[in-house]
Each structure stands twice: as C-alpha cells, then as structure tokens.
Design a protein around this ligand. Structure first.
Ligand code: KG4
Ligand code: ZN
Length: 330
C-alpha cells in the first residue's frame, strides 16, 4: 500500500510543506520563501523567521494537502525537520507536525535537515542504492559523506571554517549583490572571466575544506583593485570554490571506490558545480545523481522522503523530541 508522508520544513527562512509517496514520488511541494522579509537586513533574522513561519505554515500545509488530494487521516506519517537550524524556527514546524499527528491520529517523524538534503537524491533517482558518495553543501554545512546504507554514514571531510554557502553569501554581500548571495553570484559569474583573477584554493589535510582564506583573498583583492569588474570577481571566486569541491570529491571517490556520486544542499543548485560534477563522474566512471535545483534548496519534499526511510528503520519519533539546533548527521 502506498505510504504518504506530509513533510514540514522550517529550519531557516523557507516555510515549506509537501506530500511524498513511498519516499520517492512528490505529490505536492509548496515553498513559501521569506527572502523579501530578510533581504533588507542582508541575512536571515531569526526572530522574523520564526514569526513568518507561524503565519505562512498553515496555508502552506493546506495547499500541500489540497494539491495532493488527501485528507489528514490518509497519511502514513507527518514529519518535520528537528535540526540543525534556528531553534525558534524549528519549533514552529515541530509543534505544527506534532499537533497534526495527534489530530489526524498518524505517527510523527523527526528528520535531520542534512539527511533530508541527502534524500533529495532519491526523489530524482528512486532506484539508487547505497553505498553512495555524497557532497552536501548548504548555508551552514559542508560535508563529504560516505553513505554505506540507509541511516549509516561516515564523515569523510567537512569545513574547518566557513560553510560553502556562507562564503558565497559573505562575498556577495561584500560585492553589494544582496541576499541570498549564492544565486546572485551564480547569475553574475556567467558574464565574467573565471580565469581573470587567480584566487587561492586552500587545501587542508585529508578531505576537509577551508573557505575563509579564499573569502578574505576576494575581499582584499577588491579593496586593492576597485576597478575590477564584479562579474570577473564572481566568476573567479566561483571557479576557486568549485575547483576545491571537485578536487576533494575526486580524491574521496578514489579512496572509497564509489560508483555513485550524489550532491545536495542549496549550493548544489549552482550551475558550475553541477556541470563539473557531471564531468567528474564521466572522467571517474561514476554515476552522477543531481537533484533538481528546486530540490537542492530548502524544501519539504526532501523532508518527507527522508522521513519515509527513517520511519521504516526506527518507527515513530517520540512526541517529547524538541528542536535540536546543532543536530549532527554523523
Ligand atoms: O540548503 P539551503 O537552501 O539552506 C540551508 O540549509 O542552509 O542552502 C542555502 C545556501 C545559501 O548560502 C545560498 O546562497 C546557497 O545555498 N545557494 C547557492 C545557490 N543557490 C543557493 N549557492 C551557489 N549557487 C547557487 N545557485
Ligand atoms: Zn538546507
């Protein structure tokens, strides 16, 4: 029998609700972006995010259920992101999901946001099987993960300083490109020369990443060269970031003998990264899985997908679980 999960995502600045069947088929996916509310502050304001989630979540859930053509009692579970993320923002989604689970008499499932980013890959390619090599790159996290089985992960590398998305956002803010910075740099880079400026590509030990040296180099360069075209700076910065991500991914693939490579997180929507991942996989003989751009940035379909797998292995999550702002994947 088909098992449908309502997913709820409120960990940061997107209020999202979605219904997914059997962890793979998206029946509806609603994302109410709060970008306009936060843009004038140059970043996410936690208190504004929590209040906006309270206003936007009920309509988002209603729309997701109507589009899926379902009544609450027809669901197999209601899931929400429990962490990592902003505490107040997470609480809005968790409280709503628990309340709906009680009212509709269906189980509640708490989901790790980064595991959800990973499971966006199963929405794209339902038949992939672990082991998988996964690059997760978002606003708060940067991880190379070996997924040995469902729910079984090994952390191969992470960032020693800034997350990749954070570096994108900080550089964009410095260049006056507004918030969120990643998509702005991605768009502008198309018009620039990626070889115009030779920015450093710091390579810490093993599979770890370091972004803050590059970010500082960009800021210093622009201060010293006020005449530099923003498009060239954006393209050269992006080329350096993607080189670092691809280089470490290639090494991790060689060491783990991975045959399938997946990506996830907001930065996985980046055009250059997507192109270079396809090249990498062709060169190394790996299968590439790229979630659609909409499923890379925060959404609730990925939460519902991850919840389906979690529910199968662990069953319902106790209702006394709270927000876990620093929840880890591994
Ligand atoms: O996964 P996500 O939507 O939220 C978090 O879990 O953090 O990721 C947001 C991050 C932001 O830093 C944003 O600038 C970045 O993803 N991002 C991008 C692109 N789209 C979003 N970075 C580079 N290129 C993009 N096209
Ligand atoms: Zn995210």
């Amino acid at each position: 029998m088909t098992f449908r999960v309502l997913g709820i995502e409120t960990s940061c600045d997107e209020t999202a609700a979605a219904v997914v069947a059997d962890g793979t088929e998206v029946l509806s996916s609603v994302v109410s972006s709060q970008v306009d509310l936060h843009a004038r502050f140059g970043g996410v304001v936690p208190e504004i995010a929590s209040r906006a989630h309270v206003e936007l979540l009920t309509p988002a859930v209603a729309q997701a259920m109507v589009e899926a053509g379902l009544e609450g009692a027809q669901l197999g579970a209601v899931a929400a992101t429990v962490g990592p993320g902003l505490a107040g923002a997470l609480l809005v989604g968790i409280s709503a999901a628990k309340a709906l689970s009680l009212v509709w008499g269906v189980p509640f499932v708490g989901v790790n946001h980064m595991e959800a980013h990973l499971y966006a890959n199963f929405l794209e390619e339902p038949h992939i099987e672990p082991p998988l090599l996964v690059l997760l790159v978002s606003g708060g996290h940067t991880m190379l993960v070996a997924m040995d089985g469902h729910g079984s992960y090994r952390l191969l590398g992470t960032t020693v300083d800034d997350a990749v998305g954070e570096a994108y956002d900080k550089v964009a803010r410095f260049l006056g490109l507004g918030y969120p910075g990643g998509p702005a740099i991605d768009r502008l880079a198309v018009h620039g020369d990626p070889a115009a400026i030779a920015f450093p590509r710091p390579m810490p030990q093993g599979f770890d990443f370091s972004l803050s040296g590059l970010k500082t180099a960009v800021i210093r360069y622009v201060r010293d060269h006020p005449e530099a075209a923003n498009a060239d700076v954006a393209a050269s910065f992006q080329a350096a970031v993607v080189d670092m991500l691809i280089d470490k991914s290639r090494r991790a693939a060689a060491e783990t003998g991975a045959t399938t490579f997946c990506i996830g997180g907001g930065v996985a929507a980046n055009s250059l990264l997507r192109e270079r991942v396809l090249d990498l996989c062709e060169e190394e003989g790996m299968r590439a899985v790229l979630p659609s751009r909409e499923m890379c940035t925060d959404n609730a379909a990925m939460v519902a997908a991850a919840a389906w797998w979690r529910f199968r292995s662990d069953g319902p999550t106790p209702l006394d679980v709270g927000a876990q702002p620093n929840l880890r994947l591994v």
